[in-house]
Design a protein around this ligand. Structure first.
Ligand code: DGJ
Length: 690
């Protein structure tokens, strides 16, 4: 809901537990007033009366207080908006109008024909912010930088910054450190979201997992991006974020053209990091993820089992095994198309390899359907191998700098998706593919970063960075509209493209190529800070782990680790013994029982993976599920009990595994024993309120 002061210059947006307020001075300076617990309009109006500090001339009274600091005038902070016209650089705006509708507020400013609109939309307790810049009068406007928002934190001492960092096979690792003066910058200059940072930060001073104030910000953009967290000279903290890594130019706006930034969402929670995560999860399930109330099926993916060496008969054999253990969706990964027998060839030619699938994909898809499963397929549409029919026909369709070497990574080049002919080619190829066989699922991969992002002949080639992402989104939207029953997975060599932007167009994401169940606990712990289990794909693969570390682990440990998200199986089932297959079947059936609670419930991180016992708990209505993993038991000491969360202290709960009845108050205060011991042990405990 939006409250507006009578003078039309103070605005208050409120969700169930939080409020956000801003104020426009008589000089048209837009100041931040409040972000935190719910307040009344009168409180915001009282805050608006506080005078700006009298810093001058070496500091600016506006710095650290403005909603959207533009370049120019008495400001020394990082500008969120930087524009260049034929005459000058910078912005000096005049307030034009405000509009509000439901939970949405729009404030429009004008600078001599350049219209800047700040958008605010409350979604539960998550505030979405974005900006539109429109050229209404200039011969040309160069947008050097247009961030989606600047967030301002209240005055506190001792801010800490949490981030999710990583690299291939080690994504989403949580790191927290004190913030000091100056700027901390995270982002990607790789053309995709990147494995190195999830576009999320959290700021707190003394929060714990379940208590204390946490501020979180997350960007919905799948290209290069930047989030700058600045502690200013007076210790105030601002967080600015948007598309693009540097300020060298996003787009050129011709008269009548406009640019809309991605959404930079933010929340305040006083429920600690756990409370903040649950608010993020609820927001994504309600407003971001398509059909989030529909649970995701258990899938099998062929990648680790068969790599590039695939055939129709061999995939059919795997499919029969997968069906036997209860899998619901069978996905053929890389290697089914063009001349793709290794990573050296074939990308770009999205028709079935005639030697491997002589009658196309339909016979296999029909067999899979006949086994009672859905059928899925892998693609990597934004790429091309030089050894492909597509590249031979259109060598100029890739990103390249004239006269320079075309950098190959994984033997592939990036297609220039900003070109309309490339967009049309991909649409035709993928639309034809999805119409050629009963395909229910597309795993959409992206396996290299931009390196030579040039576009010979294009007057403003920088636009390729933004336009690639826009074209990707448009292609996904068009395919989804034309094939509404097909679900999509976002993958980028594991977790290289996970963000709120792609998540609004895909049904789940591939978390990491690291399928080692122990490493996964830390990756999943980080992932859950922002994203819900409902999108977090996790596969049980072979032991010893073939991809990374050779670690041996039991099926039990592998399954429990993977049941914390959308369960998948990725091992070579043709090599599994009858006993292993029977055990796998039992775990898959158990997952199906707990799936609604895991995928739709409130998640509580009971203990982080730190070497010993770790556990996550999910609560949906009367049902509770605990997934507990013990990495190593030391010194013969008993494994600690798990203090549960989110239960009714006055109720009793029956544990399905043991038949024991526990008092809610006891589970909350004293905890539940897991019975785990030794190394790499794990268990699932289901509790039902009675
Ligand atoms: C990278 C993905 O993350 C893997 O799961 C697999 O699909 C390979 N690409 C295939 O090339």
């Amino acid at each position: 809901m939006v409250d507006i002061a009578e003078n039309g210059r103070t605005w208050l947006l409120s969700g169930p537990a939080s409020s956000y307020a801003l104020h426009l001075t008589e000089a048209d300076e837009l100041l931040h007033l409040h972000w935190g617990p719910r307040i009344a309009l009168a409180d915001a109006e009282a805050l608006a009366l506080s005078p700006l500090p009298a810093y001058w001339p070496f500091e600016s009274p506006l710095d650290g207080r403005e909603e959207y600091p533009v370049e120019g005038g008495p400001r020394f902070v990082r500008p969120a908006l930087s524009v260049r016209t034929e005459e000058r650089r910078g912005t000096e705006w005049r307030f034009v109008s405000h509009q509000s509708e439901g939970d949405e507020l729009r404030l429009t400013f004008d600078d001599d024909g350049l219209a800047v609109t700040l958008h605010y939309r409350m979604r539960g307790d998550v505030l979405e912010r974005w900006v539109t810049v429109a050229n209404g009068g200039h011969a040309r406007v160069e947008l050097l930088r247009a961030d989606a928002a600047t967030w301002t934190l209240p005055d506190r001492e001792g801010w800490r910054l949490s981030q999710l960092h990583g690299r291939w096979a080690a994504e989403s690792l949580l790191a927290t450190a004190p913030l000091t003066y100056g700027e901390k910058i995270i982002g990607s200059r790789r053309g995709h979201t990147g494995h190195q940072h999830l576009p999320w930060v959290a700021l707190d001073t003394d929060a714990t997992e379940e208590r204390g104030e946490v501020y979180g910000c997350a960007l919905g953009w799948s290209g290069s991006w930047r989030i700058a967290v600045a502690q200013l000279p007076d210790a105030r903290v601002q967080i600015t974020g948007g598309a693009g890594y540097d300020d060298s130019g996003l787009l050129l706006l011709q008269p009548g053209e406009s640019y809309t930034t991605p959404v930079f969402a933010g929340l305040w929670s006083d429920g600690g990091f756990g409370g903040a995560s649950r608010t993020w999860h609820a927001y994504q399930r309600a407003y971001v993820i398509p059909d989030a109330d529909r649970d995701r099926p258990v899938l099998f993916n062929s990648w680790e089992a068969t790599n590039f060496d695939i055939s129709e008969e061999q995939q059919a054999a795997l499919a029969r095994r997968a069906a036997d253990i209860g899998v619901e969706l069978f996905v053929v990964d890389d290697g089914w198309f063009g001349a793709r027998t290794s990573d050296r060839a074939g990308l770009g030619d999205w028709t079935p390899n005639p030697d491997r699938f002589p009658h196309g994909l339909k016979p296999l898809a029909d067999q899979v359907h006949g086994l009672g499963m859905q059928f899925g397929i892998w693609v990597e549409p934004e790429m091309v191998n030089p050894d492909s029919d597509l590249y031979r026909a259109h060598p100029d369709w890739v990103q390249y700098q004239p006269g320079r070497k075309r950098t190959e990574l994984r033997n592939q080049l990036v297609l220039n998706l900003a070109r309309e002919d490339v967009q049309e080619y991909l649409w035709e190829q993928l639309d034809t593919l999805l119409s050629s066989a009963p395909i229910d699922y597309v795993k959409w991969d992206f396996n290299r970063c931009f390196t030579d992002a040039g576009w010979p002949g294009e007057p403003y080639p920088q636009r390729l960075w933004v336009d690639h992402v826009r074209a990707l989104y448009a292609l996904l939207d068009r395919l989804r509209a034309a094939h509404p029953s097909v679900a999509f997975e976002s993958c980028s060599g594991g977790g290289g493209r996970i963000d709120l932007g792609v998540m609004s167009r895909t049904d789940q994401v591939w978390t990491s190529d690291n399928t080692d169940p122990l490493d996964r606990l830390a990756i999943q712990h980080g992932f859950s800070q922002i994203h819900p289990a409902r999108v977090m794909a996790a596969w049980v693969t072979d032991s010893p782990n073939t991809q990374l570390n050779g670690r041996e682990s039991s099926l039990r440990f592998r399954f429990v680790s993977s049941m914390a998200g959308v369960l998948g199986v990725g091992g070579d089932l043709t090599e599994w013994t009858g006993e292993e297959l029977a055990e796998a079947h039992r775990w898959v059936e158990l997952y199906k029982e707990i799936r609604p609670v895991v995928q739709r419930g409130d998640q509580y991180r009971l203990r982080p993976p730190a070497g010993g016992l770790s556990a996550v708990q999910y609560v949906l209505g009367d049902e509770t599920v605990v997934l507990a993993c013990l990495q190593a038991q030391h010194y013969g000491e008993p494994v600690p009990a798990l203090r549960l969360r989110g239960l009714d202290p006055t109720a009793s709960y029956e544990c399905r595994e043991t038949g024991e009845v526990h008092r809610g108050a006891v589970l909350l205060h004293h905890g539940l024993r897991t019975g785990l011991k030794g190394d790499l042990d794990a268990t699932v405990l289901r509790l039902c309120r009675i």
